[in-house]
Design a protein around this ligand. Sequence first.
Ligand SMILES: NC(=O)c1ccc[n+]([C@@H]2O[C@H](COP(=O)([O-])OP(=O)(O)OC[C@H]3O[C@@H](n4cnc5c(N)ncnc54)[C@H](OP(=O)(O)O)[C@@H]3O)[C@@H](O)[C@H]2O)c1
Length: 385
Amino acid sequence: MNMTLHTLDQEALGSLLASLGKAAQDYRFEVAPNPCVGAAVLSGGQVVAQGFHSAYGGPHAEVVALEAAEASEVPRHLWDTLVVTLEPCSTQGKTPPCVEAILAAGIRSVVVGSLDPNPRHRGRGLRLLQAAGVTVHLLEGFSRLEDVSPHFLRWTADERVRRPRPWVIAKWAQTMTGQLSPPADVGLGRTISSIESLAEVQELRANVDAIVTGVGTVLHDDPRLTVRAPASTDTPPARYILDAWLRTPPDARLFQEPGPGESGGPVTILCLPGSNAVRWRALEEAGARVLRVRGEDRLHLRLLDVQQLLWLNGHRRVLLETGPTLLRNYLEGGLVDQIKLVTAPIRGGRGESLADWLQEARLKQPRMRECGADSVMEAFLSVNF
Ligand SMILES: NC(=O)c1ccc[n+]([C@@H]2O[C@H](COP(=O)([O-])OP(=O)(O)OC[C@H]3O[C@@H](n4cnc5c(N)ncnc54)[C@H](OP(=O)(O)O)[C@@H]3O)[C@@H](O)[C@H]2O)c1
């Protein structure tokens, strides 16, 4: 693919691609399993505006950059080039195809850093742009997917595509001793995180397709698993309870109507074949859908089957918000792709600690930061790299 580089030489474009790729990575935990992507609109060799894909299901980098260019003082007819780290999408996903947005903006040349790794889409976006008369230049080596979005390469790898399962984000809060429940006299014996961390949980819930928890958490905490302030969404995540023997109480708060400004997805309870029919009916009457899943050692639900069921129900990005029993089984089963671990300045605690698992865990692209009084660590897990 050719382009006459009127205004910028290859070296300058390469370093722009590299810097866009680096900045795009800042959003890796917000967008995964989607790729990290950065884009810039140029006019006469000058960057008019930049944009990044910054939220799962949110607008793509090209669209954000074009919108930012619209808000700039440089009029549209002077935009000559769009630089983007990954081939623009050409099909309708959660958002309309970027190729259409680029053509609608009247961009005459596009510089792309990497081709789409998916064989079904690879090169298609570029061919559509060329067919519409746009000059396209593929400038590989500066924003390689291996560097910018290794998680996306795994997500689109043959083996994962052949046996699909959702992207799982495990989020948990721990005390300084690594325990998931605080001492009885702290946070009503339930809450570990600061207000700021709890607010982030709401943002995370608003950006997943489903939330999964175990019946132990329902019995101990009676959570709602809804999306509420400061976040909001018109499509709240579906709620799944892993409950082999239908111990979930029909009067659990999960079944209550969400309050003002709060939204909750449908509740599904997964149980083992042979569960009590009376409890089943009571839970259905309370508003749940109850489904059977195969068992593991006739004890617990088989997590691989749970994952498959979630996938078949259309859930791609799933949040695991659960206690130590189910969390450990998910982690040790290699079914978690990404973790968000909140450590609060609380001494002691109750219940099992996952410190042993953490010590052995091979974390990829970790990020440590503060949130209120808590320390937050986010990372991808190397089992999937
Ligand atoms: N700090 C945090 O982030 C956090 C988050 C949530 C909960 N918690 C705390 O965790 C405590 C509850 O812990 P928990 O370990 O009992 O709760 P849990 O992990 O949420 O639930 C465990 C239960 O899930 C069911 N389950 C179904 N399939 C399973 C599978 N394949 N593997 C494992 N479990 C499966 C089992 O009950 P059945 O055999 O009956 O199905 C099991 O006893 C509470 O004190 C709560 O406050 C802390």
